[in-house]
Design a protein around this ligand. Structure first.
Ligand code: WT7
Length: 649
């Protein structure tokens, strides 16, 4: 064990413990340590048993895992169809009438979609895609609100072996255009608009702006949802309902290679250009089905609700693929948590009798702000397990979630993972693990994880870097079009290890505590936004000369974006206009909360911007070492301004 005292500070220790109750254990799928022991004895064999147990294969694999660092293949030679596993086999087993989605629109409309319905719709839409010339290996872009057609579109792609690339509906035209062009997608699936906070937000007009500069797109399919006016371009644009009306009802599921590309999902990186994270079929589906089943202790009569958007990895893995592979009944909700009132989520839980609930710490902190009277208005006694994902959940928020949502009786599963890991990696198993508020506890069975110091030496206690020591079935297979960047970004920092970019600490009992990211990527409401992307957007404004962006702790959103901007000589710009500009450039979630205009940015003598100092300033801390600073006056001035802003809040 190395001396790790200075790797990452470990300041806070939490000693409250919550063992699973006897009552919970009695019905739990996993208690005790058998599953951990089983996996520890032979992790590849363990994953092979999960793949065989949880999925239907058309032909068996010859090799469980082929590992040529940093490139992995799982279940090599095996074939399966992902959409068959999510749909057909449940219907064939007589479960066609089971509800797949209780869909709740924001205005209060709803739809009940059974597995038989979802299969029928998916087959038709797969034929629509075929009719538009989409074949195995093509990419299809999806830019939709939270409506069932999003799941249909994804499953239809999977059915015919086309890879989807879903772009979150809150992203701007520029972001959509860049992602379409990087993937060279053939078809775009979008909607006229969707509902958000009581109003229709337009998607098709935004897509049209992107489509002005996306040469690979031949056809656009438009779902009618918002009812807003849209322009349809002759020959290119088609209404979903028109195409579906004439599409053939049968589209048999063809076996696909286990390593067939299932999807690309773009995530921000430190160097600005978004990375198209690649996920494939057999290994991915195995791990998301496994984790969804055991982390949420899934039973046949559960009503499961994950509040994420399908535009993020959480929506891919824990709304579409994991739950549907397990034949679960879910709630899918279109809108925001505060429409029409601040109790909408709790009303939905009571309405559908939700048993398993999965949300993000940023949402939980917002609910805390809104007050306990909101959940108290509704009967939440159906709840059994509560999940958290996206950022560290602070002990206070954990306790609030436990008490006011879980009625003191529901285990909380704090699940650590990433777009790149595809599925959950670190989490309690609710019937087996004694939890501590704020700790993600232990790696799941079959996962190799170690915390290391600067030099890559293993740490057994204290803070360090979170690394993964061996391949896992749902790991990313690469970055689209850039294998070199993949190797450098994830496998370059520590020899033979995947470095997740996160800091973590281990306490005396070996519990893991995530400390956030060690690089510059910010986490705002659970979304990863690179400082570089926001800086580039700011500098794209004609009045802006230079910008530095940092994520500062924020009670509601986890981190808030604080920007320091230097204007071009003689230029002026209004703060609100500049925020708006960033929103248009890269999406509303990337708008800085506060922008400070400054004559000068703090830089090292070699000219590098000192983000660490800016973060200290933004968070009102005393400054540490400023000796490398080119001009100390710059920081003093920024500090004075930050203090002024804080007193205005
Ligand atoms: C980053 C991944 C995983 C789906 C949502 C975000 C942070 C995620 C936790 C957690 C502490 C967490 C990490 C990670 N993160 N879950 N339970 N505790 N931090 O996916 O956008 O790829 O972000 O989110 O920093 O690296 P993502």
């Amino acid at each position: 064990m190395s001396d790790s005292a200075n790797t990452i500070d470990a300041l806070q220790w939490e000693n409250r413990r919550f063992p699973p109750s006897e009552e919970f254990k009695q019905q739990a799928l996993v208690t005790g340590t058998f599953m951990y022991d089983d996996a520890a004895a032979d992790d590849e064999g363990f994953w092979a048993r999960q793949a065989a147990d949880l999925l239907d294969w058309n032909s068996e694999w010859s090799t469980i895992c082929e590992w040529n660092l940093p490139f992995a293949k799982w279940f090599v030679g095996g074939t399966l169809n992902v959409s068959y596993n999510c749909l057909d086999r449940h219907v064939l087993a007589g479960r066609g009438d089971k509800v797949a989605f209780h869909w709740e629109g924001e205005p209060g409309d709803s739809r009940t979609i059974t597995y038989a319905d979802l299969l029928a719709e998916t087959q038709r839409f797969a034929n629509v895609l075929k009719g538009l010339g989409v074949t195995t290996g093509d990419r299809v872009n999806i830019y939709l609100p939270m409506i069932p057609e999003a799941a249909v579109a994804m499953l239809a792609c999977a059915r015919i072996g086309a890879a989807h690339s879903v772009v979150f509906g809150g992203f701007s035209a520029h972001s959509l255009r860049d992602r379409i062009n990087d993937a060279e997608a053939k078809v775009l699936i979008t909607a006229d608009g969707g509902y958000r906070r009581g109003e229709v937000f337009a998607l098709k007009p935004v897509a049209d702006e992107a489509l002005a500069d996306t040469p690979s797109i031949t056809d656009v399919v438009v779902v009618r949802r918002g009812g807003n006016d849209v322009e349809m371009q002759d020959g290119r644009d088609h209404w979903y309902h028109d195409l579906m009306a004439t599409a053939d009802a049968d589209c048999p599921a063809e076996p696909m290679d286990s390593e067939q590309l299932l999807f690309l999902l773009y995530t921000s990186g430190t160097t600005g250009k978004p990375k198209g994270i690649m996920h494939t079929s057999g290994g991915y589906l195995t791990q998301v089905a496994f984790t969804h089943k055991y982390v949420f202790d899934l039973h046949d009569d559960d009503v499961y609700w994950c509040t994420a958007d399908v535009g993020w990895i959480t929506g891919h893995s824990y709304i579409v693929y994991g739950p549907l592979a397990n034949g679960a009944t879910q709630v899918m909700y279109e809108g925001v948590p505060n429409f029409p009132g601040n109790d909408r989520f709790w009303a939905i839980i009571a309405k559908y009798g939700v048993t398993k609930f999965y949300t993000a710490p940023t949402a939980i902190r917002t609910f805390m702000k809104w007050g306990t009277q909101e959940p108290a208005k509704h009967d939440l006694s159906s709840l059994q397990v509560l999940g958290s994902v996206g950022e560290p959940i602070n002990p206070e928020a954990w306790m609030w979630y436990h008490e006011h949502i879980g009625g003191g009786r529901c285990p909380i599963v704090d699940t650590w993972w990433q777009t790149e890991t595809g599925g959950v990696m670190i989490s309690p198993l609710p019937g087996a693990t004694t939890t501590k508020p704020g700790s993600a506890t232990f790696p799941l069975p079959g996962i190799g994880m170690e915390v290391v110091d600067e030099n890559g030496a293993r740490i057994e206690r204290g803070g360090g870097y979170l690394t993964l020591t061996r391949p896992w079935p749902s790991m990313l297979r690469g970055i689209w079009g850039d294998p070199q960047r993949y190797a450098e970004t994830y496998w370059g920092r520590f020899d033979g290890r995947y470095f997740a970019g996160d800091g973590a600490k281990l306490d005396d009992d070996g519990y893991l505590w995530l400390l956030g990211r060690v690089d510059d990527v910010m986490n705002v409401s659970g979304h990863r936004i690179s400082t570089t992307e926001v800086e580039s957007a700011l500098v794209a404004h004609p009045s802006v000369a230079e910008a530095a962006v940092v994520g500062a702790n924020d009670a509601t959103t986890g981190q808030a974006i604080i920007a320091y901007v230097t204007l071009r000589g003689g230029a002026t710009v209004d703060e609100q206009d500049l925020r708006q500009f960033v929103g248009e450039e890269i999406g509303h979630i990337a708008k800085p909360k506060t922008i400070y205009f400054t004559q000068e940015l703090p830089k090292t003598r070699s000219g590098k911007i000192m983000r660490r100092l800016l973060r200290d300033v933004a968070e009102g801390r005393n400054l540490g070492d400023t000796s490398t600073l080119a001009d100390a006056n710059v920081v003093a001035e920024l500090q004075r301004r930050a203090a002024e802003t804080a007193s205005e809040d």
